[in-house]
Design a protein around this ligand. Sequence first.
Ligand SMILES: [Zn+2]
Length: 262
Amino acid sequence: MLISNDVIIIKEENGLRYMQFRKLLELGINHLYTLKSEGIDFKTGGPLEEESYQVIAKFLKIPRDKIVIPKQTHTDCVKCVNEKTFQEDLKFTDGLITDKKGLALATKNADCILLNFYDPVKKVIANVHSGWRGTYKKISEKTVVKMINNYGCKPEDIYCFINPSIRVDHFEVDEDVMELCKEIFKFTNRTDDFIKKGRVFEGKQKYNIDTVLINKILLESLGLKPGKIIDCEICSYCNKDEVASARGNGPGYRLAVSAIMM
Ligand SMILES: [Zn+2]
């Protein structure tokens, strides 16, 4: 059972279970990550989708149409949004940035990494979906670069919050994906830290990749302070009864949402 600790708060309110980061609350930022709750599933086109967003809107105390939802497709496309941005503009988009108050940025997952960013100096937030494909395309790095270039953020001011996702012990890949990872991130000189030789399954050598660590390394090399990269350290697979997990729950798995707003 997930419980509150020094980093996160686990709560239930009106039937909605969710997680929040203590530091983000301290900084005055309204946000949540949804845990499994009756009647909540953000799967696109699913029977519970619209009602689930209504629940989130109510939680955040904003009209439903102030929740900005990109059409995630494992790209490295990060868009800056404002009140005039319509959903049509957000095809093939996996990251959102805004400096507008009252606009909630939402991303969805079931094992992929969702990163929330906040710069309390420039008052800019971002929300990014980074599965292994997004991680390989360095979408987290591209988000920070855009925050710097478009909003004048300084990397040392930026906080990054890492939501529940599948963690290294359960993120198993074949040799092809491992080799790709090794090649892309050779420049970090730390491939041995995030690529682990795993089990042999059906005669094939498997590998485990720490995609969360890759993101942390990318962000730190841009100048984010390690103390400002705050990880909930929750594995979706290990907590599949409470957290949306595609690998853990199999067909019919649900999608969770991370939403953040100023
Ligand atoms: Zn796990």
